[in-house]
Design a binder for this molecule. Structure first.
Ligand code: SF4
Length: 340
C-alpha cells in the first residue's frame, strides 16, 4: 500500500486526531543580485509532510540538526506561516485563520523551547515571565489572582514559590527549564510542542525534566509533539516516532517497532549510536554508519534525498525517483525507501 496523505489513514486511528498536518510545506525564498531582488531558489525546510497527533499521545519527531524539525513545530503553531498545506487543530484549519482569529487557539497550543537560557528574558523576574501569558490573554482578575496562579504554576513544576521574585541567572539549567514548562502551562493548553527541551541539560537533569513532562501529561491530559535529535530521549517519552530527513518524513512507527525493527537506512544509522540495554537485541542490530552531513535544503539531492549518504543506494532508481511512504505493518509502520 502506498500512501501520500495522510500518514496513517483515519481507519488506523482510534481517536480523532487533535492535530492533523497535511501536505505541509515551508519554503524560504533565497534572493541574490545587487538589490537582492532576484529569486534564485527556495530553501525547502519542510517539503510536503503528513502527520497526525492523537489526543493524549506523544509523537516524537527526530532527525539531525537542519532536517526541518523545528521549522515544522513553528509552522504547526503558525509562528511561521506555512507556504502551503493545512494544519487542523481540533478540526479547524488554522492556516486559514488571521492573527485575531488565531488568538484563542494559540492559548491551547504552546511551545517549550530548546534552550531555557535564551527563552528567558534576563530583565524579567521568573514570576513575571511565567505570569506574562496570563496578562496578555486577560486570564486573571487582579494582581492577587495573578500571584496566586503563578504560585500554583511554580508548585506544579516542582519549584519553590518563594523563587518567583528572582532573576533567570540565579537558576540552574534544570530549574530554568521548569520555569519554561510553567510558562507553557499558564494558559492550560491541550497541545505542547517540546522543541529539544532537554538537549542543553546534563543527562541526570534530562531524566527529571522528561519525568516531569510525563507526569504533567497524565495530570493535565496533554498531547505532545516532542522534537529531538537524540533517539534515546525520544524513545522514553514517545508513543509513536516520525523520522525526518531534509524536509521529508522517511519513516514513522510505534516506538517499539521503530527501535526493534527500523527499516529506513537513515533510521538505522540514527539508531546505531543509541546503546541497547538488551545484549541479545544489540547482537542482532544492523550497524549503519552515518557519513557526511545533511545536504543543503536549497539544493537537495535528486530522487531519494538520502542517496548521497546511503550505503544501500540502488542505481538508477534512488537517484531518479523520490520514494513515497509505504505501509509495511498493520501497526502503522511506514517507510519511504526503494528497498521495500
Ligand atoms: Fe537508500 Fe535508495 Fe532507500 Fe534512499 S531509497 S534510503 S538511497 S536505498
Amino acid at each position: 500500500m502506498t500512501m501520500n496523505s495522510p500518514v496513517g489513514s483515519m481507519s488506523e486511528q482510534t481517536n480523532k486526531p487533535l492535530v492533523e498536518i497535511s501536505d505541509l510545506t515551508v519554503y524560504f525564498p533565497v534572493f541574490k543580485g545587487i538589490l537582492g531582488k532576484r529569486k534564485v531558489g527556495d530553501i525547502k525546510a519542510v517539503d510536503g509532510i503528513n502527520l497526525y497527533v492523537n489526543k493524549g499521545e506523544t509523537l516524537g519527531l527526530v532527525g539531525e540538526s537542519g532536517c526541518g524539525k523545528s521549522t515544522t513545530g513553528l509552522a504547526v503553531l503558525q509562528l511561521i506561516r506555512p507556504t502551503s498545506g493545512s494544519v487542523l487543530f481540533e478540526g479547524t484549519d488554522i492556516t486559514r485563520l488571521n492573527d485575531r482569529e488565531l488568538r484563542p487557539i494559540r492559548s491551547k497550543m504552546q511551545i517549550i523551547f530548546q534552550d531555557p537560557f535564551s527563552s528567558l528574558n534576563p530583565r524579567m523576574t521568573v514570576g513575571d515571565f511565567v505570569g506574562e501569558p496570563l496578562l496578555v490573554h486577560n486570564r486573571v482578575k487582579d494582581k492577587s489572582d495573578l500571584y496566586q496562579r503563578i504560585e500554583e504554576l511554580f508548585k506544579i513544576v516542582g519549584l519553590d514559590t518563594g523563587m518567583a521574585s528572582r532573576y533567570p541567572h540565579e537558576f540552574s539549567g534544570g530549574q530554568r527549564q521548569r520555569i519554561g514548562v510553567a510558562r507553557a502551562l499558564a494558559l492550560k493548553p491541550s497541545f505542547i510542542i517540546c522543541d529539544e527541551p532537554v538537549s542543553a541539560l546534563d543527562v541526570s537533569i534530562q531524566a527529571q525534566i522528561i519525568n516531569l513532562l510525563e507526569e504533567l501529561q497524565d495530570e493535565f491530559h496533554l498531547t505532545y509533539l516532542f522534537i529531538a535529535h537524540d533517539l534515546a530521549v525520544v524513545r522514553h517519552i514517545s508513543d509513536r516516532i516520525a523520522v525526518m530527513y531534509l524536509g521529508d518524513i522517511v519513516e514513522i512507527a510505534d516506538r517499539n517497532d521503530l527501535y526493534l525493527d527500523p527499516l529506513h537506512p537513515y533510521t538505522k544509522a540514527l539508531l546505531s549510536v543509541v546503546p541497547i540495554p538488551d545484549p541479545a537485541v544489540e547482537e542482532l542490530r544492523e550497524e549503519v554508519l552515518l557519513e557526511g552531513e545533511v545536504p543543503s535544503p536549497l539544493n537537495p539531492p535528486t530522487g531519494c534525498k538520502f542517496h548521497p549518504r546511503c550505503p544501500f543506494l540502488m542505481k538508477p532508481v534512488c537517484l531518479e525517483k523520490k520514494p513515497v511512504l509505504k505501509l509495511m505493518k498493520g501497526s502503522g509502520q511506514r517507510v519511504a525507501c526503494h528497498l521495500y
